[in-house]
Design a protein around this ligand. Sequence first.
Ligand code: NCD
Length: 306
Amino acid sequence: MEFKGRDIISIKDFTREEIDYILKIASAMEPIAKSGSDMLQRKTLATLFFEASTRTRLSFEAAMHKLGGSTIGFAEAKTSSVKKGENLADTVRVVESYADVIVLRHPLEGAARLAAEFAHVPIINAGTGAEEHPTQALLDLYTILKEKRRIDGLNIALIGDLRYGRTVHSLAYALSLYDVKLHLISPEPLQMRREVLDTIKEKIEVIQKTEIEETLPEIDILYMTRIQKERFPDPAEYAKVKGSYKINLEMLKNVKKDMIILHPLPRVGEIAAEVDETPHARYFQQVWNGVVARMALLALVLGAIK
Ligand code: NCD
């Protein structure tokens, strides 16, 4: 297994063995995240964010700092030369003179792949359009493993916007490498992208539904998502599906005692605040797991860990 110098563009570029190894390194990063380390001293991470972000950008920065490295970057394209018309290929060819690794978020599908073609340093995809968000999938898997001690054998439900949500695309691909039963619950117009569905159906049992209630009692992992309002071509279409699912205390009456609820965040009403205090809620712990998972990735692609 070779990670040094590698781009992280799609979760499909990884085998189960490689993913399991990343998760193992993430676990080893837990104490280091608390104590700090100089593992990536004199290394620089550049974050190029052409789309809004809180967790992904800040957790990459936190991960780099905890390993002794430094960070540069922009959180809004309008403050960079992109505003003057510089294209993505030129932007990454410039930034690679300043940084050892580039984390990129972009509204266009294929943007990370394109950047990787031009850059000599590793490119990490931090979300490209509605396509993929591979590092989120890694932290989601890490959260499942940490909470359940296994991924195989679980009943997992992905709920909400499975069409425009990039986190569920990467997560579904990743879960198809394990022995899981996957429940895909969404309004009709927001069903899982065809290309994802076709790939995962060949490998695991997939059940598609529009209603959540009758599935809830058999679920081990409930993965909620936000309806991706900004990606709808037509606001009238969004109005039809807005607020489709909302988890509240009433709905949790018949669930497994050890069922856990995850969400990539931000939430905008899919999970009632009253659920936060229940033993099922894990979405804020998931945020911490994002830091250790990204520490593992950075240490691996920069060759500090083999
Ligand atoms: C997600 C994203 O940007 O795709 N956020 C994140 O990175 N945790 C989910 C979302 O925006 O709904």
